[in-house]
Design a protein around this ligand. Structure first.
Ligand SMILES: [Zn+2]
Length: 327
């Protein structure tokens, strides 16, 4: 996809808020709330980049992408910027020096206090991103409270949470809260198709994903192992002239598999006539003949012929049916 990833997707309100702000007006702390998997972290990272950008003047929002600071920011999740500190995951109680956050992903309250007090590398602002802060331990919460009581100069704290009610009220009241997500139908489709998923596969999981990209990706993973998806892949391979392994063809699943293949073949043949966009164009005359062969295969399936052999007969009937060949 030529279109680059948009870190502000799903965050219209937050985007509008910061687009109206100047760097000088930025508060000590913001809390981004919304369902998990809707882009809170991506938005917060982009805001951090914007705040540290040297090429966007006093604008709080919108990074130039090419200044020294933006270059250090690198790509999503791989920042090497010394004034951007990011902690994903739980803030844990405990001060063990030997097991620091760097090796475990957990941040101790001492780590947090130390980092909040550190000087800026470039002499300007520092931005600290704490994701999923609802799991903050009491000690970590106290460190955060201390921060708000005596905010060090030039430190901006960005927090994300999918359960803001679980954050201490005393901390929440000191933060400006902004909502991110859930993602709209169009935004979800854009993101999923942009990641290489077929439109029909993406559409199947949209309702269940309820505006969460993470949930949609999980569902697509699960669907990929579902029987209909396994057969769909086998069918697509076979009509493209390849010889995929027929893992779906077992004694128990053969009947259902053959029905599914017939349905898929029928869809492929009829789509152009129904004015639908077909995933693959099919040789019509051979497609209709293949139907008869699958009828034969269905009869064979009720005999003692091995399921693998039945599947292979079907494969030979539909091989190279795709007019466009492989993608
Ligand atoms: Zn920049």
């Amino acid at each position: 996809m030529a279109e680059s990833y948009d870190p502000t997707i799903g965050a219209d309100a937050a985007r509008a808020f910061f687009s109206r702000s100047r760097k000088g007006e930025i508060a000590h702390g913001y809390l981004f709330v919304g369902p998990s998997g809707t882009g809170k972290k991506s938005f917060a990272r982009y805001l951090a980049q914007s705040l540290l950008c040297e090429g966007n003047g006093d604008n709080a929002f919108g990074a130039c992408g090419s200044c020294r600071s933006c270059t250090l920011f690198g790509h999503e999740g791989q920042s090497a910027h010394p004034d951007f500190i990011e902690h994903l995951g739980a803030l844990k109680i405990g001060d063990t020096a030997s097991v620091g956050f760097a090796s475990t992903g957990d941040t101790t309250s001492r780590d947090l206090i130390r980092q909040l007090a550190m000087q800026s590398y470039s002499g300007g602002r520092r931005v600290l991103l704490l994701a999923d802060v609802e799991f903050a331990s009491p000690a970590a919460a106290n460190a955060l409270l201390k921060f708000f009581e005596e905010p060090p100069a030039g430190v901006t704290l960005l927090l994300t949470s999918s359960t803001p009610a679980a954050i201490l009220g005393t901390i929440r009241s000191r933060l400006t809260q902004l909502r991110v997500g859930p993602l709209s139908r169009d935004e979800m489709m854009r993101l999923l198709v942009g990641r290489g998923f077929a439109t029909d596969a993406a559409e199947r999981v949209l309702a269940r994903a309820r505006g969460s990209l993470t949930r949609a990706l999980e569902l697509l993973d699960i669907d990929a192992e579902a029987p209909h998806a396994v057969i769909a892949r086998w069918f697509d391979e076979a009509i493209a002239g390849r010889t995929p392994a027929a893992s779906w063809a077992t004694r128990e699943s053969l009947d259902e598999g053959l029905l599914a293949i017939k349905a898929r073949l029928k869809d492929a043949i009829s789509a152009p006539y129904l004015g639908e966009r077909a995933e693959r164009r099919i040789d019509l005359a051979r497609g209709l003949k293949a139907f008869e062969k699958i009828d034969d295969a269905q009869r064979l399936a009720r005999t003692n012929v091995s399921p693998t052999m039945v599947a292979d007969l079907v494969r030979m009937a539909i091989t190279n049916l795709a007019l466009d060949g492989a993608e």
